[in-house]
Design a protein around this ligand. Structure first.
Ligand SMILES: [Zn+2]
Length: 112
């Protein structure tokens, strides 16, 4: 029996199946009503202080000429780095909550 002889019903079942899949999925793919972009978003971002120098972000120059986008601060001044007072993790960074918990447990067990 040739494949074409399978009858039109086969094809219709197939088509119906995909019609149903289509109907089921289309709400997911249909672009939902996009929330209107908050026009203030950009300006608020621009007024946020830079974490490096403390100047507003809009004063910065963004160098996108390379694949590494560079942010140029308008000043050479740098905010002082927050001194780490607590224990450090394996990377020399301030230890996270998990690590602190581990240290606490270790100290309880072995007496600091
Ligand atoms: Zn900066």
């Amino acid at each position: 029996m040739a494949r074409e002889d399978a009858g039109p019903d086969d094809r219709n079942a197939f088509t119906r199946f995909f019609d149903r899949v289509d109907r089921t999925l289309s709400p997911a793919f249909a672009s939902p009503e996009m929330a209107p972009e908050d026009p203030d978003d950009r300006s608020q971002l621009g007024e946020k202080p830079c974490p490096v120098c403390g100047h507003p972000m809009f004063e910065h120059r963004v160098d996108e000429s390379t694949s590494n986008v560079l942010l140029e601060c308008p000043t050479d001044e740098r905010l002082p780095e927050r001194a780490a007072t607590g224990p450090l993790n394996e990377f020399g960074m301030p230890a996270g909550e998990k690590r602190l918990e581990k240290i606490r447990r270790h100290e309880e067990r072995y007496g600091g």
